[in-house]
Ligand binder design. Structure first.
Ligand code: AHR
Length: 634
């Protein structure tokens, strides 16, 4: 393959080309990246998932009872646990314990905790981190009661274990002397150190796994999870802000209650911490499901459009406005730098050409928002051009999703070659989820199982898809793999970009993660034309430059029957110029990074870095094998 690469004449590359997408699916938020260690900390309930005591366990001769006391902690958190001694028991100490989200990792580090009580108890509470298997106590602290009659009172504490626990089968315990009667507890919380030491923050290891992908945007908070299902609970920004006592939580779309401890402010801070552009999603007036009323009428939608304007004022408005002032009251006088807003999620799945989305729902949002915030880039969620503007105006972006098979995705390499340059696309979700089948490229069969983990030829085909997007960066704004996380203790969707155990002991960076890491960490500011004597396929490529004679060449090989020799010259690059060729490979197309039976993650991806030097005429020569992904930089 002989390639000559020009120094100019391509398109400016989108600065957002590689990004992330997050929704609380697979216990990726609660029990996942949100670092809260206590499972079911506030007994939040709703019509879909009523309040429960799971997984709390009584300690000593205690009886645990859920109660809605006449004095609630807050209207958002009305349910508490009453801890009372069993009648006629003579155990001095009673209490309750929580095993965390499938375990609690204990290290000699600071744990920051709090709990609220309603009681008249005047003794001492003891909080402990201890083994669930033995009597070993890793940290213990006595806390004088601050209880006041008929008033909820918060107790705060820090626990520093003297030693690391040998495994994560540990519990958090609160005990007190039973002779003084019962105590009601609510919002019992415990955090280990978090990324950037954010209070109410995120797991550092998973944040590092995201950060090292060099992302540029974050599409939050969904996905299906903003929509709500037949119980009609969409994600509501104003119920996810402020003190945790004011957040009722909601039934997430993926089979469990969301505490909403990870709320709008946390999402925006998360973007700040990763130094990425937020791409904020708002609910478009469509619930998942086929019940009557799952799409709101224009009349019913109007308050929700107003609600979105309130949310935008909260994020972007000056402190002189009501919601800007609310933001400031929460400690954020400066607005967040929001530039992108998506209306809904996958409205194309529920509609066709004459959709209610395009007919009125999208335009209601578009007209109101663009009038108030003309600089905001508004994204439709149809992935096509059926909703690209309000009354007489045009939307700037549409969100295209693709879940596919390797052969099919490779066949879509040219997908954006003739796409609209006026209405650009965000590839808000993509992933290979099933394998190839006989015959011509086919779509996913959603009735059949999906992969457990991203497989290597899937990752190679995603690389080809990404290269196709990079070549069209005047039409494609960026792309994000989805879903981002899989909590191996409890999940409903695979494959996923990063898999982890809730007890923080293991993290699996998928084959797809390795490909994205290579492509995203090698950016350039503009594509450049490539002249070739060979057709595209089985090698797929893109070339770019950041000026000053610096070039980046990316390629992936799919279904080559022999090694492919490359001879590449870059305009202006002379003999003796050094180049770095980074090659990703794996032992077979079906190989995957998994958590093995012995509990350890296996990495099948090999990364080879090869130093090259341009020969006569500035020629770089190298060979690549089938199913390799490579980047050459000069
Ligand atoms: O990524 C999983 C789901 O796939 C998302 O929630 C949804 O947008 C898509 O259908």
């Amino acid at each position: 393959i002989n390639l000559q690469i020009a120094s100019n004449g391509g398109n400016a590359s989108s600065p957002l080309m590689y990004g992330l997408m997050f929704e609380d699916i697979n216990h990726s938020g609660d029990g996942g990246i949100y670092a809260e260690l206590i499972n079911n900390r506030a007994f939040q309930g709703n019509r879909e998932y009523p309040s429960t005591l799971e997984p709390w366990v009584p300690v000593g001769n205690a009886i645990l009872t859920l109660q809605n006391t006449s004095i609630p902690l807050s209207s958002a958190l009305p349910t508490s646990v009453n801890v009372a001694p069993k009648p006629h028991s003579n155990t001095a100490k009673i209490g309750l314990l929580n095993p965390g989200w499938w375990g609690i990792d204990i290290k000699p580090q600071k744990y920051t905790g709090s709990f609220w009580t309603l009681c008249s108890f005047q003794g001492t509470f003891t909080v402990k981190l201890q083994s669930n298997l033995t009597d070993e106590v890793f940290a213990s602290l006595d806390i004088p009661s601050l209880c006041q009659h008929n008033k909820w009172v918060e107790h705060t504490f820090e626990l520093i274990p003297h030693v690391a626990a040998p495994n994560s089968n540990n519990t958090f315990v609160i005990e007190f002397d039973s002779s003084s009667g019962s105590v009601n507890f609510n919002l019992i919380s415990l955090f280990p150190p978090t990324y950037n030491n954010r209070p109410n923050g995120n797991r550092p290891d998973l944040m590092e796994a995201l950060k090292s992908l060099n992302p540029s945007y974050y599409r939050i908070p969904g996905g299906n999870n903003i929509e709500g299902d037949i119980f009609h609970y969409p994600w509501r920004w104003n119920e996810t802000i402020g003190p945790l006592t004011q957040r009722p939580g909601r039934p997430g779309t993926w089979g469990y209650t969301n505490t909403d401890g990870l709320g709008l402010v946390e999402y925006l801070n998360w973007c700040t911490d990763l130094d990425v552009e937020p791409v904020l999603a708002v609910w478009s007036g469509m619930y998942l499901g086929n019940d009557v009323g799952h799409i709101l009428t224009a009349e019913a939608l109007a308050p929700w459009v107003d609600d979105t304007l309130n949310e935008l004022e909260f994020i972007l408005g000056p402190v002189s406005t009501p919601y800007g002032s609310l933001r400031a009251s929460l400690g954020y006088p400066e607005p967040w730098p929001l530039k992108y807003l998506e209306i809904g999620n996958e409205d194309n799945l529920y509609t066709n050409g004459s959709s209610t989305y395009a007919a009125y729902r999208f335009s209601m949002f578009y007209d109101a928002i663009s009038a108030a915030y003309p600089d905001l880039k508004i994204i439709s969620s149809t992935g096509d051009y059926t909703a690209v503007g309000g009354s007489g105006s045009t939307a700037t972006l549409t969100d295209y999703h693709v879940y596919s098979r390797p052969d099919t995705l490779v066949s879509m390499f040219n997908h954006f070659d003739h796409a609209s340059r006026e209405y650009k696309s965000l590839i808000g979700e993509y992933a290979i989820v099933q394998g190839n089948v006989e015959g011509p490229p086919q779509g996913v069969d959603w009735d059949l199982p999906k992969f457990d983990y991203p497989i290597w030829i899937g990752a190679v085909s995603e690389a080809i898809w990404s290269i196709g997007a990079e070549r069209n960066s005047d039409a494609v704004v960026g792309m994000s793999y989805a879903p981002g996380f899989q909590n191996l203790n409890s999940y409903s969707w695979s494959p996923d970009l990063i898999s982890f155990t809730a007890d923080v002991s293991q993290t699996v960076l998928s084959t797809s993660w390795h490909v994205i890491s290579l492509l995203s960490n090698n950016r350039y500011t503009s594509t450049v034309p490539v002249t070739s004597d060979s057709p595209i396929g089985p090698a797929y490529w893109v070339a770019g430059t950041s000026g000053n004679g610096k070039y980046t060449f990316k390629t992936a090989i799919y279904n080559s029957t022999s090694p492919l020799p490359f001879n590449i010259t870059f305009e202006g690059v002379e003999k003796g110029t050094p180049g770095l060729l980074t090659v990703l490979s794996a032992p077979g197309g079906l190989s995957a990074n998994v958590l093995e039976e012995n509990g350890a993650p296996a990495n099948v991806v090999t990364k080879n870095e090869i130093n090259l030097v341009a020969g006569s005429g500035g020629l770089f020569e190298f060979k690549l094998n089938n199913w390799e992904v490579a980047v050459l930089t000069t």
